[in-house]
Design a protein around this ligand. Structure first.
Ligand code: F6R
Length: 396
């Protein structure tokens, strides 16, 4: 049978390039000097500061003053794109069994029709200049929503100042996706401030302690033999990784998929149980010429409810083990939902950057996104027209 491999289709990602192994490790992943040359914009050092960034995000949000009328919102919309929207997904999954208010994440120019003055809108854009987010922000202003912005810069900061919109101002100079702590933690703290939930701060502090311990195990200076993120990168190298989560880990699976896209410059996909058993699973019946191009990363929780554990175990045995190139399992750590989510997210972030190194690509630049944004702007300057409307609204 004719057999294509990922290597055949992506020759630049040849498996032969970093094949030399030492004590079961990969020479390249333990060669810090060589890695620093590839990681020219220091993605590793930003990743290593993740726990401290979470601490800083708490402080910055605690000092935010919120109008009294923001207490008791009826609906929540988190508005953002890409790396700025994923915090909304994490928030939605985390809140699922905690709050009695519906939360949706909007990645769009327009907001759903149900938004009104009882809706709390989080407008999140790291750069502050993403046109879809600015357009949604204008929509929310026109609908008299309660709005809170989270940004480091740009028009969103400017518009929020003009209109007196409370803003969590976060440090600039990072890739948006690397600022996940600042784009997610504030949502939890704000919810606690508004009295919608309690104990968020405690849960965050507990998760941060765990993240600090995990950091020791997965950081760049920890050799491959003891480093689960480096080992996992070596496992899935040369395949298209599909990440499968369950329930509250759907957002973490999506985050990992996006990190493979943007950091490792690799195609990737994600899905979640039980839904994937009703569609994606059938795709694995396809010919091995295709299925063997993929690996599966399963995000597991040691406390999985029996109905889910059973489903995942059976899916692995029945089809994944037979048809995927690799089946790789990562287990959540910690005792709270947040700790479990962030532990997997943190391992996934490192894993995607190690994979970038194995492919010899710089994890930080996202040239095609930058180019796309410029090309779009040349054709239709949506932001300038939003700017005019905001100026008019600010005068009222
Ligand atoms: C880049 C990244 C992108 C951006 C997205 C929106 O690191 O992750 O997905 O997050 O293009 O831009 P911002 O976050 O500036 O609104």
């Amino acid at each position: 049978m004719l057999s294509y491999t990922y290597e055949f289709i992506y020759p630049q990602y040849s498996l032969k390039r970093t094949k030399t192994r030492r004590h079961g490790g990969d020479v390249l992943l333990d060669n810090i000097q060589q890695i620093k040359k590839i990681d020219s914009q220091n993605m590793f050092s930003v990743l290593e500061k993740f726990p401290e960034h979470c601490e800083d995000a708490i402080k910055r949000t605690e000092s935010l003053i919120l109008p009294e009328r923001f207490r008791g919102p009826e609906k929540i919309v988190v508005l953002g794109m890409g790396g700025s929207a994923i915090g909304g997904d994490l928030f939605r999954n985390w809140l699922y069994d905690k709050a009695e208010i519906p939360v949706i994440v909007s990645r769009e120019y327009i907001l759903p029709k149900f938004v009104d003055k009882e809706t709390l809108v989080f407008a999140i854009s790291y750069s502050g200049n993403t046109e879809e987010t600015l357009s949604g922000f204008l929509y929310a202003v026109k609908k008299s929503c309660m709005i809170i912005s989270i940004t480091s810069n740009g028009r969103l900061q400017d518009f929020s100042r003009q209109l007196g919109v409370p803003t969590v101002e976060i440090p600039s100079g990072m890739a948006p996706r690397a600022a996940i702590s600042y784009l997610f933690i504030p949502l939890l703290i704000i919810f606690e401030k508004l009295g919608v939930i309690s104990n968020a701060r405690e849960e965050i502090i507990d998760a941060i302690e765990l993240l600090k311990r995990i950091r020791e195990e997965i950081r760049l200076s920890t050799p491959t033999e003891e480093n689960i993120a480096k080992k996992s990168a070596m496992e899935i190298k040369g395949t298209v990784p599909l990440v499968y989560g369950q329930r509250y880990l759907e957002s973490v699976a999506k985050r990992m998929k996006c990190q493979f896209n943007e950091n490792s410059k690799s195609l990737s996909g994600y899905d979640f149980f039980p839904e994937l058993n009703h569609n994606e699973t059938v795709g694995w019946e396809g010919p091995e010429i295709f299925t063997k191009m993929f690996s599966v990363i399963l995000l597991r929780d040691p406390d999985e409810p029996p109905e889910l554990k059973n489903r995942i175990d059976i899916t692995i045995k029945l089809i994944l083990e037979k048809k995927a190139k690799k089946v790789h399992q990562l287990t959540a750590r910690g005792s709270t939902k947040l700790a479990k989510m962030l532990s997997l997210l943190y391992i996934g972030d490192f894993l995607s950057v190690y994979l970038a190194i194995l492919y010899g690509v710089d994890p930080t630049p996202v040239k095609i996104i930058t180019r796309l944004k410029k090309e779009l702007e040349k054709k239709i300057d949506i932001v300038s027209s939003i700017e005019k409307e905001i100026r008019e609204l600010a005068k009222k």
